[in-house]
Design a protein around this ligand. Structure first.
Ligand SMILES: Cc1ncc(COP(=O)(O)O)c(C=O)c1O
Length: 509
């Protein structure tokens, strides 16, 4: 049987519809949303579904056949090719391919110089010196009781999480937590999981590989558009409420209430990815979503951005109905992660070392964020920073007429690597474009030079009439997803920097 394809076409876009169709299908294949050998609808059927002529779909299919993504067999229609190129690396889990460039401002990195080496060594040494048979033996897969207790205490104090030690599961980072949760959701009969669009492409790969189909839900100036969630048929959603990744928009209070109501109504779960909340400015910091509905929200945190990805350390706080299934899945896969590292982390928390460390790092992050924002406004006239003062990257929306892909190429030619909005989007027809500038790895002097080079690239490419933003109707909402945002609401988005993501190559400037 052929599958229905959920493709959004933007009829206002200057991108031809055949190209939009082709790009959408290619992306679904690359992100494992369409598995090898899946049969596609006939060109006539898809044309009718999309409200376009059959020849448009034929053109898209032919191009994808030529590229090796699809195969057409007489009598059996068009299908995804049996082996479509080697799977792309997961950007969540694997380093991005190194590209020769002086400044790597792509999201996903962290600053190795931040890692508190001395304090960590002290904590680890103290733990190892004191370790007895139980610390050196197998703990429960969810982690040593003392660590779960320390994590519960910390998360209650700092994030308002309603945490009890027996609901905490320590993980090898968010990635493992997500993989375990996907397995549990599959066991419980879920087939679809909703994700923010834009969001992290690596996360979507994880889900697909775990047998769940990720479905995008747009994000606007108030965060995830919960009304759209009902349309997906999903009963689970992954969100970044503290600062939406990558736009930096915080989930508005009314949306949080709607999201919790949605979870109750569909008897579903919300997975709250809180990995960047440490970098939300104090004035904008709100308690975790989980505090509103601990029975419906899985809270997920990670040490990757605040300490180092190499620790592979993360934690889940799990609603009671999910905990037995999660423990079962976990124990059938591994016996937990390094107890000694976890105990060192617990000691770091309890001695106040982590709080001190965060104060130092936050201060530096704030300075970099302000510098990038100021440079952007000065050197890239017409761009608009979206989101709150949060995270490790700034989402810079491009003015109408500025070609995102051309800008990224021009930036690379000037030795600056940045991702554009397209990297994060599922619905690629959405406009306007953006550049997302991570300030996680490059120090301030290097950032200045990188932003100056980006500014030159911008002037080369975005030379249209100055500062004409996508106002009104469809385009003005577009930077934050395909959902209509009225001008008044859009203006409420603080004009400051926004947030970041996964691992990669550090190139101090
Ligand atoms: C959206 C998102 N969530 C969470 C994480 C943290 O993942 P992990 O804890 O597996 O390193 C990342 C890492 O970049 C990320 O991009």
């Amino acid at each position: 049987m052929s599958r229905h394809l959920e493709i959004s076409i933007d009829r206002q876009s200057r991108i031809p519809i055949a190209q939009q169709t082709r790009d959408a299908i290619r992306r679904m294949i690359e992100e494992d949303m369409l598995q090898p050998e899946t049969r596609l609808p006939s060109s006539r059927r898809l044309g009718m579904d999309l409200g376009v002529s059959r020849s448009v779909v034929v053109e898209a299919y032919e191009q994808l056949i030529a590229e090796g993504y699809l195969v057409a067999r007489r009598g059996s229609g068009t299908s995804v090719a049996p082996s479509v190129r080697p799977p792309r690396e997961s950007v969540l889990a694997a380093p991005q391919r190194p590209v020769a460039a002086r400044w790597d401002l792509r999201t996903g990195g962290c600053d190795a110089s931040w890692f508190p080496r001395q304090e960590w060594v002290r904590c680890l040494t103290a733990v190892i010196s004191a370790a007895g048979p139980s610390e050196l033996g197998y703990a429960t897969p969810a982690g040593p009781p003392a660590v779960r207790q320390a994590a519960a205490g910390y998360l209650s104090r700092v994030r308002g999480v309603r945490a009890r030690a027996d609901r905490v599961m320590m993980t090898a980072g968010f990635a493992q937590g997500l993989a375990l949760l996907c397995a549990v959701l599959r066991e419980r009969g879920h087939e679809v999981v909703a994700v923010e669009d834009p969001g992290h492409p690596g996360e979507r790969q994880f889900m697909s590989r775990a047998g769940l189909r990720p479905v995008g839900v747009p994000v606007d100036a108030d965060g995830l558009v919960v009304d759209e969630l009902y349309r997906t048929g999903a009963r689970a959603v992954v969100v970044t409420p503290a600062c939406q990744f990558p736009t930096g928009v915080p989930l508005a209070a009314h949306r949080k209430a709607e999201l919790v109501e949605w979870a109750h109504r569909v008897d579903g779960f919300v997975i709250e990815d809180d990995f960047e909340s440490a970098f939300v400015a104090a004035a904008d910091r709100a308690p975790a979503l989980q505090s509103l509905a601990p029975d419906r929200v899985v809270y997920a945190g990670s040490a990757s951005k605040v300490l180092a990805p190499a620790l592979r350390l993360g934690w889940l706080v799990v609603p009671s109905p999910l905990m037995p299934g999660l423990e079962f899945v976990r124990s059938s896969r591994d016996f937990g992660c390094s107890g000694l590292e976890q105990l060192a982390f617990a000691r770091f928390l309890e001695t106040g070392g982590f709080d001190r460390h965060l104060r130092r790092v936050r201060d530096e992050v704030r300075k970099r964020r302000e510098q990038v924002r100021d440079d952007a406004l000065r050197l890239l006239p017409g761009v608009r920073p979206i989101g709150a003062a949060s995270g490790l990257q700034t989402y810079l929306e491009l003015p109408a007429g500025c070609d995102e892909a051309a800008l990224l190429r021009a930036a690379q030619a000037r030795s600056v690597l940045v991702h554009g909005a397209q990297f994060y989007r599922i619905n690629r027809a959405v406009q306007p474009g953006a550049v997302v500038v991570s300030y996680a790895t490059v120090h301030r002097p290097g950032l200045s030079r990188a932003m100056a080079a980006l500014g030159i690239a911008y002037r080369e490419v975005c030379t249209g009439p100055p500062v004409r933003h996508h106002r009104g109707g469809k385009s003005m909402r577009t930077g934050l997803g395909a959902h209509a945002v009225d001008p008044a609401r859009e203006l409420r988005v603080p004009v400051t920097a926004s947030p970041p993501l996964g691992p990669r190559v550090v190139r101090p400037g």
